[in-house]
Design a protein. Structure first.
Length: 668
């Protein structure tokens, strides 16, 4: 909204220069505004008088220039500026034309902030015309637009405007409701001017309700929140409001005191003549109430206020001045003059639809013109009925707007809830899908692991069979043939040749050596892995299984362990036990680390510990599975002792104690 203090002609000149520059800089290929054309506009501005026809002509020229611009934020800004100018001109047709164009442009560009500004313009214009219901509608729409963009400051200002309209319609509860919607943000943001206006509105509400003490409290709060750097006349307005309140409380001295405080500002008559006229008029009336026979200088103040208001085209103020003049003449016992000025106040008030002043004039006339009392009372009743009907109709329209707005908000909230519910549902479905995928993936990985282990087991079995086959071939085939050759050769009769005998003996020795070597190979192939090979097999088992399943493993083998003679059955069972524990860890523990620890004690006891950092389980409630049964069965075979320690969330540890002295009694 443009400040009313900005000169129309100066602002129009700046806008035209800005428009000309903007049109010349646009990317769309449209004819630029010629420099001579711009100069013609400038000369025209200097010659323009504030007549309606000249303004309309100039506005039409500007509008044509703006309409040629492509759709852009710049074009929207120009349209809003034209609407602001038209609003300050108070020309209904011009304003509606340009503001509607600005609103349509804002809707087209989906700019809700600009939509809010256009709706605000409509509300302000209609409020000036005292069309409260449509003004309330546009303020409500503006609040919705600002609310969509989370612009709490302008949203709060719309709440204040809606509260102001509610107060004018005498809906005091509704007005207070909207004030308390706006006030919390203003207080939080320390917007002193808006806080001042809110408290002032609350004071006026309670003043109308004759809650004078509470009204005084709010007016004093408003006074405390006057901005320190304010260059306006807020303090003088606050003094006037407090003075009026004391006047209604019939404390005329206090009322006069506050009017005098406001009139101490020397620049008031020049800078704010409307407020000055109101103050000298109110002071005069307050002094009249304090004097039995008012002094003539009060009549001078009353006439001065009336002439000032008339020069400012403030017809409502003139009507009030006429009624105050009637009060003055009544105190001077000049009934004819009192009736004259009261009738003028009544006539003027009716002509501009001032219900309150009209009713006050009729009440005054019933006191000073007794012969016409019944006529005045009838007029008062008719006017009061008309006023109540008008207020009722406008309140009904406002209530309808509020109801429709509430329905819209409820539908919007319902859509938001439905959208939120849909998002939650999709999220749950997504979690189930991901969980199912992870479960299937893990299950497939376990199956792959089992198949791999089965293949490795089969491969070891095939290797074992191949070793036995090679050993048998060597023993039964090659070794037998060599042995036969040696026997035949030893039976040759070559003793008559000494040298041949010596060579023959050498060959026999060589053949015997080959026989012994083949026999050793055969025996070595049939032997189980040595002690060191057994530990290497354990290490290989961990290195093969842990990394592919996301496990970090740690092992500890003391040097003395390599000197321990591990019988073949013990090796087989220990490998199987470690493999079973590792498989259970991979399948169930959800662990990230696996530890294998050996220790040789002084009492000929070997300790094996295996533990993980997985989820553990409840050993008392969990049914014994096949894996634990296999471990138990194998440990019993090798005459060892074992223990299991596990807690939910703290991992699992298995300890096995071997006793080598008992191994001699194990046969398989």
């Amino acid at each position: 909204m443009l400040s009313t203090g900005v000169s129309f002609m100066n602002y129009l000149l700046r806008l035209l220069l800005f428009l000309a520059f903007g049109i010349a800089c646009t990317e769309k290929k449209i004819p630029p505004v010629p420099a001579t054309h711009l100069e013609d506009y400038i000369h025209q501005i200097e010659e323009i008088e504030n007549t309606r026809e000249e303004r309309l002509q100039f506005f039409d020229t500007l509008a044509k220039e703006v309409s040629q611009l492509p759709t852009s934020p710049q074009k929207l800004r120009y349209r809003l500026q034209l609407a602001d100018l038209a609003l300050n001109m108070a020309d209904s047709i011009t304003f509606y034309t340009y503001n509607q164009e600005a609103l349509e442009e804002a809707v087209k560009q989906r700019d809700t902030i600009a939509q809010g500004e256009a709706q605000w313009n409509f509300g302000s214009f209609l409020l000036r015309q005292e069309h409260y219901a449509p003004a309330f509608y546009h303020y409500s729409k503006a609040r919705e637009n600002y609310g969509q963009n989370r612009h709490p400051y302008y949203e709060a200002k719309m709440y204040y405007n809606m509260a102001f309209i509610k107060g004018r319609l005498l809906d005091y509860t509704g007005s207070e409701h909207y004030i308390y919607k706006a006030l919390p943000y203003f207080l939080k943001a320390k917007k002193q001017l808006q806080i001042f206006r809110c408290y002032t509105q609350l004071g006026l509400l309670y003043e109308d309700l004759e809650g004078f003490d509470k009204a005084l409290h709010y007016h004093q709060l408003a006074f405390k929140h006057i901005p320190k750097n304010s260059t306006g006349y807020l303090k003088e307005e606050a003094y006037n409001n407090i003075g009026l309140l004391w006047y209604k409380k019939e404390n005329f001295r206090m009322a006069t005191h506050y009017y005098e405080k406001a009139l101490q500002r020397n620049t008031l008559p020049i800078k704010n003549p409307a407020l000055y006229a109101r103050l000298i008029d109110n002071r005069a009336v307050s002094l009249i109430e304090q004097q039995t026979m008012p002094s003539p200088h009060l009549l001078t103040d009353l006439n001065k206020a009336k002439h000032l208001r008339d020069s400012l085209h403030n017809q409502a103020g003139v009507a009030i001045s006429n009624l105050h003049l009637a009060t003055y003449y009544l105190r001077h016992q000049d009934s004819l003059q009192a009736i004259h000025w009261a009738k003028k106040a009544l006539h003027l008030s009716k002509s501009i639809d001032l219900y309150r002043e009209s009713l006050a004039s009729l009440v005054f006339l019933t006191k000073v013109d007794p012969p016409q009392t019944s006529n005045y009372v009838q007029q008062w009743e008719d006017l009061q009925r008309e006023r109540e009907q008008s207020l009722r109709q406008q309140r009904h329209k406002v209530a309808k707007i509020e109801f429709e707005t509430l329905q819209y908000q409820q539908r919007s909230e319902q859509l938001v809830r439905q959208k939120r519910g849909l998002i939650i549902l999709l999220g749950v479905v997504g979690v189930f899908i991901i969980g199912g995928y992870m479960y299937i993936r893990q299950k497939n990985q376990l199956k792959k692991l089992q198949r791999k282990q089965e293949r490795e087991q089969q491969l070891r079995h095939e290797r074992e069979e191949e070793r036995y086959r090679i050993a048998e071939d060597l023993h039964d085939g090659v070794l037998g043939k060599l042995f036969g050759l040696r026997l035949h050769w030893s039976m040759l009769d070559l003793r008559h040749l000494q040298r041949a005998n010596q060579e023959q003996q050498q060959y026999l020795d060589q053949l015997h050596h080959i026989e012994k070597e083949i026999r050793d190979i055969s025996h070595n192939l049939k032997k189980r892995p040595a002690n060191k090979l057994f530990l290497e097999n354990l290490e290989a088992l961990l290195s093969e299984q842990c990394p592919v399943n996301g496990l970090a493993y740690h092992t500890s083998f003391p040097m003395e362990l390599t000197k321990t003679k591990w019988p073949a059955p013990i090796q087989a069972h220990v490998l199987a036990i470690v493999q079973e524990v590792l498989l259970n860890t991979i399948k169930h523990a959800k662990a990230t680390q696996f530890h294998l620890f050996w220790k040789i004690r002084e009492d000929d006891e070997i300790l094996l510990k295996m533990w993980d950092n997985g989820i553990g389980f409840d050993a008392h409630s969990k049914k014994e599975g096949i894996g634990l049964s296999n471990i138990q069965h194998r440990i019993e075979k090798i005459k060892a002792i074992w223990s299991l320690e596990t807690h939910v969330g703290k991992g699992t540890q298995i300890s096995i104690r071997f006793y080598p002295l008992d191994w001699q009694y194990i046969t398989h």
